[in-house]
Design a protein around this ligand. Structure first.
Ligand SMILES: *Cc1c(COP(=O)(O)O)cnc(C)c1O
Length: 344
């Protein structure tokens, strides 16, 4: 069965983006955050392609996400960022992924169960997940086989004094634990410079075409291109309206194409009257409201487009974020299950 909407996924651009982030990180290894189904692209497809490019360290949020990636190819490591709950212990013992231990309770649970290789998250100022730096200095890691000690930056996509503060707090711990490696930077953190790289970086967004900071502009390539099929083409006369609540009124004869894409696919209503499709380089503006499964676009500039043809949806992430009011992260992770995902 084929779907009337699809994501064109550019494997070369994905590998290119990883290589740029890897180069930016100097001697540090470059991993990949593939949680939330590889930010909407499909975690397995992302992992295979990044492994071929040289990536060895992968990160998901939950054990269900980890289990879906088993068995993994030799030489690849997978870490589960949310650690282990009681409910996770059976699967955590059964598959070859490491928990990222975030709390004293998780550490005790893992140690009591035999304490295989694990990672540890230390909170350096975000106050989300992680144990305190003081706990680490007090020996909380003793007896654990810690592969990676990590922390996470709260404001790396901004010019914030918290960035250097978190880096300095984290650097003060390096060498004071038995952890084999240290890791701090996400995509935006990599752009902050070499003194944020430590031993391992963990980009997500920028791998998939997101621009986390100005430094990445011109280097990161678009990976995800949604395409939707035209279900109907019509011409409406001046004074006629389009769609729910009749928010668009034609002021001249207007050629319209109706596309199979809507907010149930993650193309949210923030794009109403603001999104566009593309015929080559020619933008075809969205007219009226985004419906659950449909949008309307102006196609006067594309006289040859007809029912059954495919059009690309404008989805360059910084521009689409500005148009829709959604973050680049939401634009990726919201992409729904009705797309066929096609790698090229
Ligand atoms: C999601 C996540 C990342 C990746 O962040 P991006 O901003 O997408 O690069 C890295 N580390 C942790 C702990 C995360 O949760």
């Amino acid at each position: 069965m084929s779907s009337p909407l699809r994501l064109r996924l550019d494997g070369d651009a994905l590998a290119h983006n990883w290589c740029w982030l890897n180069d930016m990180s100097g001697a540090a290894a470059c991993g990949a955050a593939i949680k939330a189904n590889g930010y909407g692209l499909g975690a397995a497809g992302v992992m295979t392609r990044l492994a071929a490019a040289g990536c060895r360290d992968f990160f998901v949020a939950t054990w269900a996400e980890a289990a879906a990636l088993m068995p993994m190819a030799d030489g690849l490591a997978l870490s589960v960022l949310h650690g282990v709950r009681d409910e996770d212990m059976a699967i955590a013992n059964a598959i070859s992924a490491r928990p990222v231990l975030n709390t004293r309770t998780q550490m005790a649970r893992w140690r009591d169960a035999g304490g295989g290789p694990c990672d540890v998250m230390v909170d350096t100022g975000m106050n989300r997940l992680g144990i305190s730096a003081a706990d680490i200095v007090d020996g909380l890691l003793d007896g654990l086989s810690v592969e990676t000690l990590m922390s996470h930056l709260a404001c790396a996509d901004e010019a914030s004094s918290l960035n250097a503060l978190q880096r300095d707090r984290f650097a003060a711990l390096a060498g004071r634990t038995s952890a084999r490696r240290t890791s701090l930077a996400n995509s935006a953190g990599i752009c902050l410079g070499a003194d944020y790289a430590f031993d391992l970086v963990r980009p997500g967004l920028a791998l998939y075409g997101g621009i986390p900071r100005g430094e990445a502009t011109g280097h990161i390539r678009q990976v995800v291109r949604p395409e939707a099929q035209i279900l109907q083409r019509r011409t409406i006369t001046p004074g006629e309206t389009i769609g729910y609540n009749a928010t668009f009124t034609a002021d001249r004869p207007t050629d319209v194409a109706i596309l199979n894409l809507g907010y149930a696919d993650g193309y949210l209503r923030g794009f109403s009257g603001r999104g566009h499709a593309l015929a080559g380089d020619v933008p075809l503006p969205l007219l009226g409201r985004v419906s659950m499964d449909l949008i309307a676009i102006r196609v006067d500039a594309a006289p040859d487009l007809r029912e059954g043809d495919w059009v690309e949806i404008g989805y360059a992430l910084p521009e689409a974020a500005a148009a829709s009011g959604l973050s680049q992260y939401e634009l990726l992770t919201g992409l729904g299950q009705r797309f066929d995902r096609i790698w090229a």
